[in-house]
Design a protein around this ligand. Structure first.
Ligand SMILES: C[S@@+](CC[C@H](N)C(=O)[O-])C[C@H]1O[C@@H](n2cnc3c(N)ncnc32)[C@H](O)[C@@H]1O
Length: 307
């Protein structure tokens, strides 16, 4: 682990999330435990903290480095199973859940994980070694249409077709096994002024595809809401518009008493709101935080309370 991960929007997150000082709190994206530590500092001695991460190295890191006075558990799991893992550990109902999505700095900076286009390493990108498909598998075996769809849907990249074509023609010469070679292929096809944005979009798209990030998210947030005690809170920090759109839409649906199409004269869905939004517009980091921590620049925090 080369870089210490600086937790984003930590004060605002704590302010909104914690309203029961002796409650049970879940950090579903433990990382290097920055938010977890802040939760521990805010909560009473008899609170309970549960840290979940798909990445076993994050779990190991926190086990070895955090000193948490409260009762606490570290669980290596995808948050897709948040409900089952908390239930199995004796906590079917909780007072607060945090999801700080994406990748931590130590994951990004570890060359061997293959997340970064600025260093050379194996084209892997898995959050967890349990996953069987790597970015290398996708890059070398998806067809033109599949690659294009991944780059367009998960990277919102305008030149998806061009880049997909370039990948196919290059891999026909020699398999693309490293981040360095993939980055070079993209660089050669991209105008110099757009290179950084294109590289980050394509790498983001592959990472989302490898980890099924968006598929997992909706189910996990619905399950998380269902586990909250009345008055319990869910706080979610997103880093790109695709994630934020999902959370915004989900919070809108879950906080509505009716989700019928607007043309229906009377309600037929019988949907009942389960949450109330605490943040109409998402909370953004201020300039000082962005200056200190460039990862914060795209962060958005949304919080809701269970009713
Ligand atoms: C932005 S970091 C969290 C940083 C943390 N809040 C801190 O202060 O150190 C996101 C973490 O979530 C984990 N993660 C991402 N998607 C996950 C998922 N679906 N299930 C469980 N963990 C996930 C990643 O492995 C990474 O460690």
């Amino acid at each position: 682990m080369t870089t210490i991960h600086v937790p984003v929007l930590v004060n605002m997150t704590m302010e909104y999330l914690v309203n029961q000082l002796d409650g049970v709190y879940v950090d579903a994206t433990l990382g290097t435990g920055g938010h977890f530590r802040a939760l521990s500092e805010k909560l009473d001695q008899n609170a309970v903290l549960i840290g979940i991460d798909a990445d076993p190295t994050a779990i190991e890191y926190c086990k070895n480095s955090l000193v948490i006075p409260q009762k606490h558990l570290y669980i290596n799991s995808n948050f897709e199973s948040i409900k089952a893992v908390c239930f199995r550990n004796g906590y079917p109902r909780v007072n607060g859940i945090l999801m700080d999505l994406g990748l931590s700095s130590f994951g990004l900076d570890n060359q061997q994980r293959g997340f970064s286009y600025s260093t050379d390493g194996p084209l892997d990108m898995r959050f967890s070694p349990d996953l069987t498909v790597t970015a290398k598998d996708i890059v070398n075996s998806a067809d033109q249409f599949q690659l294009e769809t991944i780059f367009r849907n998960y990277g919102e990249e305008r030149h998806s077709r061009l880049i997909a074509r370039a990948i196919i023609s290059e891999r026909n010469i020699e398999p693309i096994n490293t981040t360095g070679r993939l980055a070079e292929i993209i660089r050669r096809r991209t105008h110099p002024t757009h290179v950084t944005k294109t590289l980050s979009r394509i790498f983001q798209a592959l990472r989302i595809a490898v980890n099924r990030e968006l598929d997992v998210l909706e189910k996990a947030v619905k399950d998380a809401i269902s586990m909250l005690e009345t008055d319990g809170r869910i706080a979610i920090i997103t880093y790109h518009s695709l994630e934020d759109r999902i959370i915004k839409q989900l919070f809108k649906t879950e906080s509505s008493d009716c989700i019928c199409p607007p043309e229906f004269p009377i309600c037929q869905c019988n949907h009942k709101a389960t949450i109330k939004k605490l943040t109409g517009k998402p909370i953004l980091p201020d300039r000082a935080e962005i200056r200190m921590n460039s990862r914060a620049r795209s962060a958005k925090l949304r919080v809701a309370v269970k009713i």
